[in-house]
Design a protein. Structure first.
Length: 347
């Protein structure tokens, strides 16, 4: 690695790896800052910007940088505990891909490009790989704007595959759902998962975090609420009316249980993993046996909204029950609404 001091004697600025870097001691720890420029006057200007941020914590390793980023997001309430868990999972994959010597200051666009391409080579869907890239983009935005260890966001150099934005076309209709519920037989745990998805449109994480006190059986309502281990998406609680069959099932399933405990596997405590308990494997095995492997937990939620839309339920109500922005629901489900007879007033 070639290192050359700047010719004008600027202290701490050196040339290496085809660009200018700044080397200084912060809190007794020597630290490299990537000035990301080949232009010396711009490098000097960038050094002055860094000197304006003397109390920035030292960059220790990429994994620790990711941890500090998530803590910063949580402190500003820009991440909920759920979104922090997701970001932690994605960024763990990102940091594990590189050597221990790499930090936010040293990584370049081509490095991140290789990691992104590795995601696709592992069989991740384009839309899933996009969520990984967005998490890393936010990490480097923090490195530029807050930590000030970079001049530019290298993720902007990554060539990504743009996922198609066509709404999901497949969902399970009411007859199909009835057959799936029938196949669950006397497995109450499995039935609860199916009812939460098909009859209430809950997300996978919401099903796992559902507590007894979410269900008001007297009023026939399901309240998605905050809890010590759960924050609703976009921090918004919501209420969903219970279907008759879900309500009937819950009367037996929840009878005599403590209001504060989780409905599913109450003995399993929340730890470092994204989900307190993950029902994905038994769920997938069950659907595969029915030749319905394509019916993922998200497809249950999609089926909930699609069946409501085809029955003529208003998009506003569906968005309230889903907890999604009405414009998103309009774009995805409005085309499924039945023909509107109101046009006949023009006759």
């Amino acid at each position: 690695m070639m290192k050359t001091k700047a010719k004008n004697g600027t202290r701490g600025i050196v040339w290496r790896d085809g660009g200018w870097w700044y080397n200084r001691s912060t809190k007794g720890i020597r630290r490299w800052f990537n000035l990301e420029t080949k232009d010396l006057p711009r490098a000097v200007q960038r050094k002055l910007e860094i000197l304006d941020n003397p109390n920035a914590p030292p960059m220790e390793s990429l994994a620790l940088d990711c941890t500090r980023f998530i803590k910063w997001k949580l402190s500003r309430r820009e991440y909920t505990p759920n979104s922090a868990d997701k970001a932690r999972y994605l960024l763990k994959d990102f940091s594990a891909f590189f050597s221990d010597k790499e930090t936010l200051a040293t990584l370049k666009g081509p490095h991140i490009q290789k990691w992104y391409e590795s995601l696709l080579s592992r069989g991740l869907k384009v839309s899933t790989a996009e969520s990984y890239i967005m998490a890393v983009r936010a990490l480097f935005t923090w490195a530029v704007d807050v930590e000030k260890v970079r001049l530019r966001n290298p993720v902007k150099e990554v060539r990504i595959v743009i996922p198609t934005r066509i709404g999901r076309r497949n969902w399970l209709d009411k007859n199909g759902i009835a057959n799936v519920l029938k196949a669950a037989l006397d497995d109450d745990e499995k039935k609860f998962i199916l009812y939460c998805g098909f009859d209430a449109g809950l997300r996978r994480g919401e099903i796992v975090e559902a507590r007894i006190n979410w269900f008001d059986l007297k009023a026939g309502l399901l309240h998605v609420r905050r809890s010590p281990t759960f924050e609703p998406k976009d921090k918004e609680e919501r209420t969903i009316p219970l279907t008759t069959r879900f309500h009937r099932f819950l009367k037996k399933f929840l009878k005599g249980r403590s209001a504060e405990e989780w409905v599913l596997r109450p003995e399993v405590e929340k730890r470092k993993h994204r989900y307190r308990w993950d029902f994905r494997r038994p769920y997938t095995d069950f659907m595969t046996a029915l030749n319905l492997r394509w019916v993922t937990p998200h497809i249950m939620r999609h089926s909930f909204a699609s069946n409501l839309a085809t029955a003529g339920v208003s998009i506003f109500k569906i968005s309230e029950w889903l907890g999604d922005d009405v414009r998103v629901v309009q774009r995805t489900y409005a085309k499924l609404a039945p023909a509107d007879g109101d046009i006949q007033v023009l006759n």
